[in-house]
Design a protein around this ligand. Structure first.
Ligand code: ARG
Length: 458
């Protein structure tokens, strides 16, 4: 396949140059967007009289056929072509002759590629959003089953205060809901048509950019031609939103990995979503969670790639920018792949409630509630805190818990204690009384679930 820019050159392109320069191996995935963008452009060229309407019609019909042929496998994309834009235009011209050569009027590959990436990423964002919503949906259902499942909440990975498993899951739902907002925001800002920017300086043709924007479902048109062709902020914004998704999935993965260990045994992964060892017959490994944790590094790397590619290039288009696609596509593909495996892994895992409850019963996670009980009897919190600390030390000495420590020991530390202490520090009460908005009580978690569901269902 020849180049579009042959006229000025006397020699054939060196194979090494083409191999190095070509982007077809990764921009071929934009074939549909490239063709749809060209159909809209040709339609507008015909409607404005920049080219004959009859020719525009021939072009759009032939482009639709090319799209069908690629989709059906009848037409193979030539991997020797310089890029997808060259390939499609070359194919059109070989089918239509002179008429095909009119398609590129008032357009450059610079505004064309800026358009194609935006269209591709808009589609990918919509897909990722659906996957995130599905995961939030799974978290809501699981949380609903576990509004009364008591587990220890941690700080510093030390048992701290009692919470419910439903509450813990909904913390991840809250993160993912923010991720969805961020994707919406990114999609909104990228939804501006760059076509019409030309190579860098717009065009003298009387284009109707608004028409092309409407045909392609864009909210408006970019306002500066130099920026229109050289802006890749939207790739960076998306890579950054995707990086945060990976931060969240990675933290969640880390917890799954811990919870699967014999040391915790809070959950058991379904056989279909775990793997074995080639040598240790007893092993059941949380490989999916570990891979998700590991793959976060790729996505952060993609973000760094994009930032670094863009930071030093002058206006307007520079070939460096061709490097945007592999990075952002890798980030998109990685996040999609992670979500595809992660969501069913969470959906099918077994929650070992009794182990969570047993862990919550150890570690004095009701100590704050013991101090709060004394506050209720009129003691200032700082004194109540100290008295409770002494009781904890006493329990540790005697191998007891606050629940099993006899009343006379309580009274010896502070005579405000009476038999009501045992009810006040019962794990159920300590957990279920945390009814504050955003807290772990069953009512509060049910409210979180209903808010999350309304967000994912709109
Ligand atoms: N493959 C190119 C890219 O991805 C398309 C734009 C080419 N423009 C140019 N002036 N060489 O950036």
């Amino acid at each position: 396949m020849g180049q579009l820019w042959k006229g000025r050159f006397k020699k054939e392109l060196a194979k090494e140059t083409n191999d190095f320069n070509s982007s077809i191996s990764f921009d071929c995935r934009m074939f549909e967007e490239d063709i749809k963008g060209s159909i809209a452009h040709a339609t507008m060229l015909g409607a404005t009289g920049i080219i004959e309407k009859s020719e525009a019609e021939k072009i759009t019909a032939e482009l639709s056929d090319i799209l069908d042929d690629i989709k059906s496998g009848k037409l193979k994309i030539d991997m020797e072509a310089e890029d997808i834009h060259t390939f499609i235009e070359g194919e059109l011209t070989s089918r239509l002759g002179q008429t095909g050569k009119r398609l590129h009027t008032a357009r450059s590959r610079n505004d064309q590629v800026a358009l194609d990436i935006r269209m591709t990423l808009k589609k990918e964002i919509a897909e990722i959003k659906e996957k995130l919503k599905a995961l939030v949906g799974v978290l809501c259902s699981k949380a609903e089953e576990h509004t009364e499942t008591i587990m220890p909440g941690y700080t510093h990975l030390q048992r701290a205060q009692p919470i419910t498993f439903g509450h813990h899951l909904m913390a991840y739902a809250a993160m993912l809901l923010r991720d969805i907002d961020r994707l919406d925001d990114t999609a909104e800002r990228m939804n501006m048509l760059p076509l019409g920017s030309g190579a860098l300086a717009g065009t003298t043709y009387p284009l109707d950019r608004q028409m092309t924007a409407e045909l392609l479902g864009f909210n408006g048109v970019t306002q500066n031609s130099l920026d229109g062709v050289s802006d890749r902020d939207f790739c960076i914004e998306l890579a950054s939103a995707l990086s945060l998704i990976m931060v969240h999935l990675s933290r969640f993965s880390e917890e799954i990995i811990m919870w699967c260990s014999w040391e915790f045994k809070f959950v058991e992964l379904d056989d279909a979503f775990s793997t074995g060892s080639s040598i240790m017959p007893q092993k059941k490994n949380p490989d999916i969670a570990e891979l998700v944790r590991g793959k976060s590094g790729r996505v952060f790397g993609d973000l760094t790639t994009l930032l670094t590619v863009m930071k030093g290039i002058p206006l307007a288009y520079n070939k460096d920018m061709q490097e945007d696609k592999e990075a952002i596509f890798d980030a998109v593909d990685t996040v999609k792949m992670c979500l595809n495996a992660f969501t069913p892994m969470i959906e099918t895992m077994t929650v070992l409630k009794d182990n969570m409850r047993a862990a919550a019963a150890k570690g004095f996670i009701n100590a704050t509630d013991c101090a709060d009980y004394l506050v209720g009897k009129g003691l200032p919190f700082r004194d109540a805190y100290k008295a409770t600390g002494e009781l904890v030390a006493l329990c540790i000495d005697k191998g007891l818990t606050l629940e099993t420590l006899p009343l006379k020991e309580y009274k010896a530390v502070c005579d405000l204690f009476d038999g009501g202490i045992y009810d006040a520090i019962s794990l159920e009460k300590c957990t279920f009384d945390r009814k504050v908005e955003g807290g772990p009580s069953p009512e509060s978690v049910k409210k979180q679930i209903s808010i999350a569901r309304s967000k994912i269902n709109n």
